[in-house]
Design a protein around this ligand. Structure first.
Ligand code: FNR
Length: 374
């Protein structure tokens, strides 16, 4: 494990994760779709934003706390749903949830997490938010939602921008999304062995490597590759606004729609009485060429006019970025790759270190820009 105290920035966590993980997993997290243009722009767009530097204000008493869906959060930061996290560290979703909860921040569990919602709730001590991918089998969706609510999950994040998986060149090259030849398979095995810490903790001690939430739905005895193929083929491209009635029938708490990128869709989200939206291009993993989420945020905030909560992700790397998004009207930010890399780098302690840094960065940025409450 790296010296976590020496990791200061997103790039440090990324480099540590690159050392820790087999290439196939690092590329899966790091990559985006097509030429990865939107992915790069997501990050640059934040760097192009500025904050006013203010002086001579009493900033001895500041707060980053917010209230969101009836919960008090230590900062406007949420751990975004990230699939396969139990492959980045031993029982990864549980470790990340523990870190998030210790900082009084929400953790959102992906439909395609390795750990099930039961496991995360039991082992981390509290139910996560639950992210739903609409797969074709509606009975399965009803079961998933019932299970999440039985566990006490409060917020549903319905991801709308994965009607079909985006073309990710790195995953084709690495073999993440296709059957490997025998030689490639052996090379992959050898590389795994070379990553000794990962091999021991994840491959040996971190089993089972199944999609915990989809047990009983996936074909019986499906290998990991077969299971992923089944999932990819079962995303439902027919999903539309009418399907919200079905979701509402099966979910009683707040519903947040993830993947809104135009004022037009934001207006429809308001009309359909959703509780929140995530302005997101899926971290540049779906439609390459989509604008950056911060660039469309102001028009979306305007059209929403505080009628629902506006969350934002895609490119948030620092506490400074969180403050910039807040200044443009976002209620809170989700982070994806930052926590996935931190988890790979140092498990629960890695995510703890990342969140400590991000919260400190946010406070520092508040002080220097004269924003006493977030
Ligand atoms: C994701 N994301 C994602 N979103 C979702 O709704 N369900 C999921 O299972 C996943 N899985 C996933 C895996 C990996 C490896 C990444 C990097 C991302 C998207 C995620 O929730 C979020 O929208 C982006 O990660 C935000 O962009 P940044 O923070 O990674 O730039």
């Amino acid at each position: 494990m790296p010296n976590l105290e020496a990791l200061a920035s997103f790039e440090d966590f990324r480099a540590a994760a690159k050392r820790a993980l087999p290439r196939i997993l690092f590329d899966y997290i790091d990559g985006g779709s097509y030429s990865e243009t939107t992915l790069k722009r997501n990050v640059n767009a934040f760097q192009d934003l500025t904050l006013d530097q203010r002086v001579m204000l009493d900033m001895s008493n500041i707060s980053s706390e917010i209230e969101l869906f009836g919960e008090k959060l230590a900062a406007p930061i949420i751990l975004a749903p990230v699939g396969f996290s139990g492959m980045y560290a031993k029982r990864g979703e549980v470790q990340a949830a523990k870190a998030a909860y210790s900082h009084n921040l929400p953790f959102c569990l992906s439909t395609v997490g390795i750990c099930s919602i039961d496991e995360v709730t039991q082992d981390a001590g509290k139910a996560p938010w639950f992210q739903l991918y609409m797969i074709k089998d509606r009975a399965c969706i009803a079961d998933l939602l019932a299970k999440a609510q039985d566990n006490g999950s409060k917020v549903l994040v319905l991801t709308a921008d994965l009607q079909t998986p985006g073309a990710r060149y790195r995953d084709v090259r690495s073999g993440m999304m296709r059957k490997l030849s025998v030689v490639e398979y052996m090379k992959r095995g050898l590389e795994g062995v070379m990553k000794a810490h990962w091999s021991y903790n994840v491959m040996l001690k971190g089993r089972p490597h199944t999609f915990g939430n989809l047990q009983g739905v996936l074909p019986e005895n499906a290998s990991f590759d077969e299971a992923w193929k089944w999932i990819s083929q079962n995303f439902d491209p027919s999903v539309n606004w009418d399907d919200l009635a079905f979701i509402r029938e099966h979910w009683k708490g707040p519903i947040v729609l993830k993947g809104i990128m135009t004022a037009e869709d934001a207006k429809l989200a308001v009309e359909h009485e959703l509780d929140g939206i995530v302005v997101s291009n899926h971290g540049g993993r779906q439609l390459d060429g989509a604008p950056t989420s911060v660039s469309v945020l102001p028009e979306i905030v305007e059209v929403v006019d505080k009628k629902l909560k506006v969350l934002l992700d895609s490119g948030v790397r620092t506490g400074l970025d969180v403050l910039k998004a807040r200044q443009l009207g976002a209620d809170a930010c989700l982070i994806g790759r930052p926590w996935a890399f931190a988890l790979a780098a140092g498990g629960q302690q890695g995510v703890d270190r990342l969140l400590t840094l991000m919260k400190a960065e946010l406070r520092t940025a508040q002080v220097l820009s004269g924003i006493s409450s977030c």
